[in-house]
Design a protein around this ligand. Structure first.
Ligand code: ZN
Length: 260
């Protein structure tokens, strides 16, 4: 696994699309945020986080990005090409918008030159792209997002607002807490009963990867269009940040964008 990022094979043939799940290495943050931490709310040095974000934009060849203020909710931010947005809400090298990030847990756009970045450390980053409509999305789905089906809400917006055909939408699911480590000892209070089918028969661990695939299939995506990296963040703290493993840690970046 050389280089700064992993990529999904399903996205590799789409012209003008760039994306990646960035490893924790290749940045400037010091332990315990070593080293490519893109999250400001972690306790890391803001100057280091800024440099790390700029590196990611440079690797993606993107002039600017959206780094959401993620709140484990189910709001989907829609950024259509023809809508003007205050440039202060975007991240650009030399123009860091640290205090005015947009609050949402998913974002959809048909704009070029704008990277959509989800910050994770055990939650799933789920990237979506309709190569025919030139629409992309990125979703932050932790267990609360899984329960709220924010993935399904985001696909609905791609269909309803942008005219996407779900059979054309490609999806990639980032490394996150795997079925080996997604333990919820209070699951009877936290996870609704209709999702207990994703629980291990004996242990209180859940397969949220399988749930995400099912949420995508339920919206009409084709199974062959869905890719998972099947890497557990808690099992691989050498590659990724894991909140469950390390508590005080960074956030790694899942990013997708359309080149102009
Ligand atoms: Zn694991």
């Amino acid at each position: 696994m050389a280089g700064p990022k992993m990529t999904f094979s399903c996205f590799s043939d789409i012209p003008h699309l760039v994306h990646g799940v960035f490893f924790r290495r290749g940045g400037v943050s010091r332990p315990p945020f070593d080293s490519l931490n893109v999250g400001f709310s972690t306790g890391d040095d803001p100057a280091a986080v800024s440099e790390n974000r700029n590196r990611i934009l440079s690797w993606l060849r993107m002039p600017r990005a959206v780094f959401l203020h993620q709140v484990h909710g189910s709001e989907v931010l829609v950024l259509p090409r023809d809508e003007t947005i205050d440039p202060d809400r975007f991240w650009a090298p030399g123009h860091p918008a640290t205090g005015t990030a947009l609050t949402a847990d998913a974002v959809v756009t048909d704009q070029t030159g704008l990277a959509l970045v989800i910050q994770v450390a055990d939650c799933q980053g789920v990237m979506l792209a309709d190569p025919h409509k030139h629409v992309i999305a990125n979703v932050h789905s932790g267990w609360r997002g899984s329960v709220a089906n924010i993935i399904g809400r985001c696909v609905d917006i791609m269909i309803g607002r942008f005219g996407c055909d779900p059979q054309q939408i490609l999806a990639g699911i980032s490394p996150s807490l795997g079925p080996c480590c997604a333990e919820f000892i209070h699951y009877k209070q936290e996870i609704p009963q209709n999702l207990w089918q994703y629980k291990h028969p004996e242990k209180a661990v859940f397969d949220f990867w399988a749930l995400s695939v099912d949420q995508l299939l339920a919206k009409g995506l084709i199974l062959d269009h869905i890719s998972g990296m099947n890497l557990c963040t808690r099992c691989r703290p050498d590659l990724f940040f894991s909140f469950r493993k390390e508590k005080t840690t960074g956030r790694f970046a899942c990013a997708i964008g359309l080149l102009g």
